[in-house]
Write a protein that binds this ligand. Structure first.
Ligand SMILES: *Cc1c(COP(=O)(O)O)cnc(C)c1O
Length: 368
């Protein structure tokens, strides 16, 4: 309808008709959580879809970040970026570690590998980069640096579901990668997430950690947490997995229509596809410079007048929040590009099933 509210995102929902028999099945089995039938089936199906060998389901996308740091017994300082969702840095904090912010690359918003070395100290033990908006980080360069200094790499791949480079999943890079299956993401299990690793022993350790550290009935091998995914969300996730490719195709059409309509608008920059990359079109950020005429916040408000709700991802920067702003590395002088992007960015509505009328309503406001 002409003036219906358009939000920045809308969840991908499976068919209710297909979900109801699964609920019935869960009732019959009377096994609700703890590595049940659907949990096992979803781990297997996701590993296959994502092209990885070892994946552990979690109850959200934050606990895999926290657990990855635990699993590898990371100590001291962890290098990360402020241009992300707060959970990235929070996971470092929750492990009693010190986050060290490094500035980002202006083109992608990802960590600038050339600025990592200057942030390394004798206490640095890991790097936690983020594939922001699903754009792959410079994984080769990050690995080179990590290898030289003996650092672990944990990718926050919350935005990168299904993203690959030359046919290889980005989840294969680094020591571990985390995913979020929150309702707002490309693929969702309502709440949910996963941790990807590369060997069986590590997967086993992760599975202990997400279940209080239990190894069997009476042995606790580590101070674990509870982050198990239940049968309901696992079943829901199996159904959503069947339609995620068509959801990504729908997002791609939206991105193409936005790009075509906005390519000649002065002062507006957007992300382009990169050769060899299978993108997932998780977000459609635009970056607004002075040439556009009005500010980012004015456009944000203008869209709202038209009942269109964009989001300023990622503004404010994590480094400006009270828990972190006192850190030396949080000094804005250390993070000029991240501040610039945070001040310019506006994510336009992007979700599977956003129709042409909706896309064009957004385009009309932005072009005006
Ligand atoms: C969504 C998100 C998370 C956290 O995931 P939840 O499932 O909401 O806990 C972590 N990092 C990034 C970059 C995210 O976008």
């Amino acid at each position: 309808m002409e003036n219906d509210q358009i939000n920045v995102t809308s969840p991908l929902l499976p068919s209710l008709d297909e979900f109801i028999p699964m609920l019935k099945d869960i009732w019959d089995r009377k096994w609700l959580t703890n590595n049940g039938f659907y949990h096992k089936a979803l781990e297997k199906a996701l590993a296959e879809y994502l092209g990885v060998k070892y994946i552990s389901l979690f109850t959200n996308g934050t606990l895999p970040l926290i657990t990855a740091l635990q699993a590898m017994k990371i100590t001291g300082e962890v290098i990360t970026t402020p241009y992300s969702f707060v959970a990235t840095t929070h996971s470092i904090w929750w492990n009693g570690l010190k986050p060290v912010f490094v500035d980002v690359d202006e083109e992608t918003g990802n960590i600038d590998p050339e600025k990592i070395e200057a942030a390394i100290t004798p206490h640095t033990t890991a790097i936690m980069p983020v594939h922001v908006y699903g754009t792959p980080c410079n994984m080769k360069r990050i690995k080179e640096i990590a290898d030289i200094y003996g650092l672990k790499i944990i990718y926050d791949a919350a935005h990168a579901f299904g993203v690959s480079v030359n046919g290889e999943s980005v989840l294969k890079a680094g020591d571990m990668s985390t995913l979020s299956f929150h309702a707002t993401k490309v693929y969702n299990t309502i709440e949910g997430g996963a941790l990807v690793c590369h060997d069986e022993a590590t997967k086993k350790r992760i599975d202990f950690l997400k279940n209080f550290g239990f190894n069997g009935e009476t042995t606790v091998v580590a101070p674990g947490i509870n982050s198990k995914m239940d049968e309901f969300r696992s079943a829901y996730g199996l159904l959503n997995l069947k339609q995620v490719d068509s959801a990504i195709a729908s997002r791609k059409h939206t991105a193409e229509r936005y790009r075509e309509a906005l390519k000649d608008v002065p002062g507006i920059r957007f992300l382009k596809d990169i050769e060899g990359v299978r993108h997932n079109y998780a977000y459609f950020p635009i970056f607004i410079s002075d040439e556009y005429g009005i500010s980012r916040d004015e456009l944000y408000a203008k869209l709202q007048e038209h009942n269109i709700f964009g989001r300023r991802y990622f503004y404010p920067l994590i480094s400006t929040f009270s828990a972190y702003k006192g850190l030396d590395s949080a000094n804005p002088a250390n993070l000029p590009i991240a501040h610039k992007l945070a001040d310019q960015v506006l994510c336009l509505p992007m979700f599977a099933g956003l129709d042409i009328e909706g896309i064009d309503r957004v385009i009309d406001v932005v072009r005006k």
